[in-house]
Design a protein around this ligand. Structure first.
Ligand SMILES: Cc1cc2nc3c(=O)[nH]c(=O)nc-3n(C[C@H](O)[C@H](O)[C@H](O)COP(=O)(O)OP(=O)(O)OC[C@H]3O[C@@H](n4cnc5c(N)ncnc54)[C@H](O)[C@@H]3O)c2cc1C
Length: 406
């Protein structure tokens, strides 16, 4: 592997910042560009905070086919859909991934990335000693029906075989570990428990790691700078257009999340990314705040303890880039979480730090990482609902691809 190339990283979310870290480690000169005034201001800003290393199954599963008619008919309040040609195209590709074979392959690939990410994040923690509310909180996924409980076992077996500590708990066992569950009014039957899963503030990580890299002279950061396109010469990408400025580089890594396809051409690499909107609140803890991070599959809501705050995130809205329903959906999320886990947070607080972002989802839930057909152009994008969990492994992968090509 060679180092010493001048590499432009476009986008300073978790994907971009992790790419910058591994590129810098490999001896490259890294310049990271973002239109926002600080790193981690996009979808990485206030996500669910879960490093769900053992809960990375692809969304496209055979069981999804049965759920689709109900979702299309609007019967699940945690999903809102507005059909459009781009959603129909994406949806058809998603359905093609809902076979047992493809969902198995996709889920295994995601698990490999997640477990490697866990190792790599541990390495960053030891080296950089950053403060981003990182904790090994463990994670519980709440199950309500017998079908969910039976359906969980093959996944638990696969993850155990891959080295994860994952087990099924009955209600009493779950409540003994996480007392806030006892205050939940809606009955659940069991919980999948992964004691080694972690939580951390992704936005803070982006800011802290960028600053650490800058302090060491390993990163030049250009904030408040919009990327308008790529520079191309003789069939090669040679840099990026930043307003009136043209910035030349030996390699360009696109990490623009949901906006990646606006600069990458389908002839470079197809990026079948659909923006799936979600929302979050960040509140002071309630009288029985969860220590373990919780995922409620039915309501599509997660609860994570991030330092002295509780992050509540959720919903899966297929509305393209429209922002018209954000206020209403944040109110829906607040009301649902308050009813679901009344003692988890201090919901009466006026400043509940409402936030919304779009998950850059691919039909197979797998990010697109590495070289493209166009020399000089690399991508690290399409992390969907798992960008924080997968960021370190994909950052390492794209840095390796750049090193092999420059
Ligand atoms: C509600 C919600 C909860 C989630 N919870 C979790 C979770 O618990 N665990 C987990 O692993 N994942 C979670 N995710 C997913 C995760 O947040 C994303 O996968 C991840 O943040 C994507 O990172 P990214 O770096 O690809 O994109 P982003 O963080 O969006 O970064 C892209 C950057 O590009 C910049 N940009 C865009 N266009 C331009 C342009 N033209 N010029 C310059 N800059 C530009 C943006 O400002 C942004 O900073 C959640 C997502 C949502 C919405």
């Amino acid at each position: 592997m060679s180092g010493g190339a001048r590499v432009l990283v476009l986008g300073a979310g978790v994907a971009g910042v992790a790419s910058a870290y591994f590129l810098a480690r490999q001896g490259h000169q890294v310049i990271m560009v973002d239109q926002a005034s600080e790193p981690g201001a996009g979808t990485s800003h206030a996500n669910g905070g879960q490093l769900s290393y053992s809960y990375t199954d692809a969304f496209a599963q055979p069981a999804m086919l049965k759920k689709l008619p109900g979702l299309l008919l609007g019967r699940d309040p945690s999903v809102v859909m507005s059909l459009s040609p781009s959603l129909i195209r994406w949806g058809l590709a998603f359905v093609s991934q809902c076979t047992a074979g493809r969902s198995g392959t996709n889920s295994r690939a995601l698990l490999e990335l997640a477990l490697r990410s866990a190792e790599l994040l541990g390495g960053i923690n030891r080296e950089a000693q950053l403060d981003y509310s990182h904790a090994t909180a463990g994670k519980m996924v709440l199950l309500r029906t017998d079908a969910e409980v039976q359906g969980a076992q093959p996944g638990i077996d696969r993850k155990t075989a891959a080295g994860c500590e994952v087990r099924l708990l009955n209600r009493q066992q779950a409540e003994a570990i996480e007392p806030t569950l006892a205050a939940m009014p809606e009955p659940y039957t069991a919980a999948i428990y992964a004691p080694g899963d972690e939580v951390a503030d992704a936005g803070k990580f982006c800011r802290e790691l960028s600053e650490w890299l800058q302090t060491r002279g390993s990163l030049e950061l250009k904030l408040g700078t919009r990327v308008d396109g790529l520079l191309r010469r003789n069939g090669r990408v040679t840099g990026a257009k930043l307003g009136s400025e043209e910035l030349e580089a030996d390699a360009v890594v696109v990490c623009l999340g949901g906006a990646s396809a606006s600069v990458v051409a389908p002839s470079d690499i197809p990026l079948p990314i659909y923006p799936v909107r979600g929302y979050s609140l960040t509140l002071p803890p309630g009288p029985r705040s969860p220590r373990v991070s919780l995922t409620d599959v039915k309501h599509k809501i997660v609860f994570s303890r991030l330092g002295d705050r509780v992050r509540i995130a959720g919903f899966t809205d297929f509305l393209g880039n429209s922002e018209s329903r954000i206020r209403r959906r944040v109110a829906d999320l607040t009301n649902t979480a308050w009813w679901l886990a009344p003692e988890a947070a201090d919901y009466a607080q006026e400043d509940h730090q409402p936030w919304s972002g779009v998950r850059p989802m691919t039909p197979d839930s797998r990010p697109r990482v590495g070289a493209t057909r166009t020399p000089g152009l690399f991508v690290n994008t399409g992390h969907g609902a798992l960008g924080w969990t997968l960021a370190c492994a994909t950052g390492q992968d794209v840095a390796r691809a750049v090193s092999m090509d420059t």
